[in-house]
Design a protein around this ligand. Sequence first.
Ligand code: NAP
Length: 500
Amino acid sequence: MSGAITVHDTAIIGAGFAGLGAAIRLQRNGIDDYVILERDTRPGGTWRDNTYPGAACDIPSRLYSYSFAPNPDWSRTYSGSAEILSYIDAMVAEFDLARRIRYRTTVTGLVFDEAEGVWEVSVADGPPVHARTVVLASGPLSTPGYPDIRGIDDYTGVRMHSAAWDHDYDFTGKKVGVIGTGASAVQIVPELVKTAAHVSVFQRTPGWVLPRFNPTVSDRTKAVYRRLPGAQRVARATWFAGHEAVALGVVWASPATRVVEAVSKINMRRQVPDPWMRRQLTPDFRAGCKRLLMTSDYYPALQRDNCRLITWPIARISEKGVRTVEGIEHQFDALVFATGFEVSKQGTPIPVVGRDGRVLAQEWARGAYAYKSFAVSGYPNLYFTFGPNSGPGHSSALVYMEAQIEAIVTAIHTVLDRDLALLDVRADVQADHNADIQRRLRATTWNSGCQSWYLTADGFNATMFPGFAAQYVAQMRGVDLSSDFTAVARRNAPVAAVAG
Ligand code: NAP
């Protein structure tokens, strides 16, 4: 490697919640030589992209925020995407992160130089970036996914994905088709029916719906949170505990799952008087197997005069709309795809080449796996946020992210402090961890027989963590760099232990 290149301590890929959180914690721990590579022109990740009408988070903001960046001013229990994006912007300003972000920088690959202990991060339209450690924080839900439906490119009307909303398009008086009935669709439909002339919702699989109450936070409560940070910590802990209780019915297929299903059915009976429609909306899988839908607005929206639920399977998309299998063509001015994301559970979002030229996409061809979700054997000094088996089904993604970030910062500190060329997790430790994760997953709702983005086509669950959030946090605190990793010093002398 030529001596002229700059080698950063850390390159962070992605300026969403995870990448920014990692940057803040690195900074706080005295590591300031890092660069954040972001393909877009502003920070925010999924909250920058998902601005569809009604976009909001179904986890309470007190818990869906970083404990190291508390916000006393959340306006409601559950925040909309604009308020969450403002929170992210405020974090960027408060921690002075903008100076480290390189926008319009799309990472195209990673190659590890074992001799130097340096990752070469190639980027589109520019010279590569070099760093001793890399945090891959590009997020699993960052690339819009379109369904594999025949004729999708034949459609000549306006085509919009939930994660790439065109706010210049006016839906007033338009005939609109919505494909998908997941977490995004149930937020979009109640807004669309307010302006569109007619909305047709194409449902392939109904989901379990729970009601969501979203009170505003009073000025007095905000003032208390501002004056007494401890009060906010208590509120967060209370929400945390409440969601942990929900795990009993949502994570594991258990008698508590029946309780969740009963609550959902009571809610449906209250909101949907028509028995035939209730039948159409009743899932045939265990609650929690697919993500629970938290909304009190979706069922009423479906029953408005200008809305129709269509459960006939889609045969194809035509020039003018959607043709269902019984032969009817539904014609639309606009088609909304609320069909989720391209989630890479097999292979990697970008090519990653590790020690001895090994290629991560090949190793993950049948499903991704890692050591405690954040490191992969053979790919030293590379750390994942939201890596394999780190997904929560019942709690805040940010609780999980925080735990990952603390483990990552400790590992990066170790590489830099001890001047290591590489810190690589042991393959046998990783294999034991994964055997345990896959064994525990067998008892979960996600593996109980539905199809979801959590599973590969052959049913391998590379996505979710089978346990309470507290267990995930304990798992990440239990990362043992001295016994579970191999360390090699920069001068190529093996290091006996990295503890201390
Ligand atoms: P999703 O949950 O993957 O839902 C996609 C929808 O499109 C499903 O209803 C799916 O039907 C349907 N679909 C896909 N291909 C289809 C086809 N060929 N024909 C007919 N229908 C098809 O996507 P999403 O709603 O965007 O949510 C993705 C994830 O984003 C969520 O699980 C969640 O993690 C996150 N999210 C979170 C929030 C929040 O409030 N925190 C809000 C929105 C999204 P099937 O069910 O039959 O596959």
